[in-house]
Design a protein around this ligand. Structure first.
Ligand SMILES: [Zn+2]
Length: 454
């Protein structure tokens, strides 16, 4: 059946399946990346979206990232950017119920699932955005402001593609009025007392710091160890660090979320959330204990992720190292995080280095035309859903856009259960077909709202 503008998504599922079958896996060591699938992916798009490729200009940036521009009728209006990425985290067939790159379907009706690496992260969004634009072009819609599609090829590793696109746009003096990338989703059961589905929209994201701790010592034989070996000294530092979590506190975004969601609770909870001036300390304690997710929302987190010591069982380590991954809360800074580590460890023999750092991103407003459009499009696509801002705990490509736009939002228009969220970057990634089609509807609405019919 030919796609018609009135039936968005009629071919969308086939397109998603075809693109999920192309194993565009990002490798941490970029030299190990196989580029042939990336080339195939780029080649497949004009065949799947002929109308779009007729109406939009396409540039290939940084080797494999894609930047499309659809010229608007009002060149003076601030452009819109719809972002996604088409690289995926590596997967092998081991442990998968359906192979990761086969895009198999299971179940039927509302329970039908499409399986595969990239369905949720992030080819689902990418395909939904392409479907929305293709349908709009076929319907004779033209955007008022320029509309860009910005598709990164290495979000899961270095994010160089998105960075290069932002540099290119900046060099052309472009300041988007609205940027939308992956991030929050439509979720349920995340907030006490709220039974309706909740659309969480990321208005900011935490910063990231990688800190290394190194202790160096003249090695020697393990039969004659010193009182405090390099590894023991390092272990003491880690224990001291673990005993000193960062101080907790609500950010303005946290408070706005609590107020928004609290308004939908009833009884005693309604009172608790409605009287934050009194109940704030109590809630802070509750967030700290409720789950790892709520605990991460209220503070900078630190996790020791890598350890190394001696190469041999009977040799003392000449050098012992630990890597600490820190996620910096909005409102705090990289410098404050490093200072915290130094103070917690209080040992000058442990050398602290900072190989990688990025500050938390600025907070996008929860008012104004971009927010209002996003909010109303969510409301139309998911009736009865509460829309709330939140701070994203993970990092996305969209943080690069903060340089050139004040309105950067992170939201994937899909309903995701806790179980489905658990398959992100893990085995058995999958999505409900009905949810995917709803996401296509979301982008179709959004793109139409940005344009006028000719
Ligand atoms: Zn992603």
């Amino acid at each position: 059946m030919a796609p018609t503008p009135d039936a968005p998504g009629s071919d969308a599922l086939d397109h998603l399946r075809e693109l999920v079958r192309i194993p565009t896996m990002s490798r941490t060591d970029v030299a190990e990346t196989e580029w042939a699938p990336f080339d195939s992916f780029i080649e497949a798009l004009p065949r799947l979206y002929p109308a779009l490729h007729g109406a939009l200009d396409r540039e290939i940036v940084a080797g494999h990232s894609l930047l499309y521009r659809w010229a608007g009728t009002e060149p003076s209006s601030a452009p819109t950017v719809l972002m996604a990425h088409y690289d995926v985290v590596p997967a092998t067939e081991e442990g998968w119920e359906h192979p990761p790159f086969a895009a198999e379907l299971s179940g039927a009706g509302d329970e039908q699932l499409v399986w595969g690496r990239g369905t949720l992260d992030d080819k689902g969004s990418l395909v939904a955005a392409l479907e929305g634009v293709e349908a709009a072009v076929l319907a004779g819609v033209v955007p008022r402001a320029d509309l860009y599609l910005s598709f990164g090829h290495d979000e899961e590793t270095v994010g160089s593609g998105a960075q290069a696109i932002v540099e290119l746009l900046a060099s052309r003096g472009i300041r988007p009025g609205f940027v939308l990338d992956e991030g929050g989703a439509v979720v349920e059961g995340i907030f006490p007392g709220v039974t309706q589905p909740i659309a969480v929209v990321g208005v900011s994201e935490k910063g990231i710091v990688t800190v290394t701790l190194t202790v160096e010592q003249g090695g020697g034989h393990a039969s004659t160890p010193p009182k405090l070996s390099a590894t023991a000294r390092l272990a003491r530092a880690i224990v001291r660090l673990n005993r000193k979590p960062f101080r907790s506190g609500f950010t303005p975004t946290n408070l706005e979320m609590i107020e928004t969601l609290g308004g939908h609770t009833s009884g005693p909870l309604h009172w608790v959330f409605g009287n934050l001036w009194l109940t704030r300390p109590l809630l802070l304690g509750l967030f700290g204990r409720l789950s790892d997710e709520t605990a991460a929302m209220i503070r900078t987190t630190q996790a020791v992720t890598q350890l190394s010591g001696s190469q041999a069982a009977n040799a003392l380590a000449e050098r012992a190292t630990a890597t600490v991954n820190i996620r910096v809360a909005v409102g705090s800074s990289v410098a404050a995080a490093v200072e915290h580590v130094r103070r917690a460890i209080r040992d000058p023999e442990v050398v602290i280095a900072v190989p990688q750092a990025s500050e938390p991103s600025p907070v996008s407003p929860t008012s104004g035309p971009a927010w209002d459009l996003l909010r109303s499009t969510i409301a139309d696509s998911y009736p009865g859903t509460i829309v709330t801002p939140y701070v994203m705990l993970a990092a996305s490509d969209s943080r690069h856009y903060a340089r050139i736009s004040d309105n950067v939002y992170r939201f994937s228009p899909f309903r995701m259960s806790k179980q489905e969220r658990g398959t992100l970057h893990a085995m058995n990634e999958r999505m409900h077909v009905a949810t995917f089609l709803r996401g296509v509807e979301f982008y179709t609405r959004l793109v139409r709202s940005l344009g006028s019919e000719n």
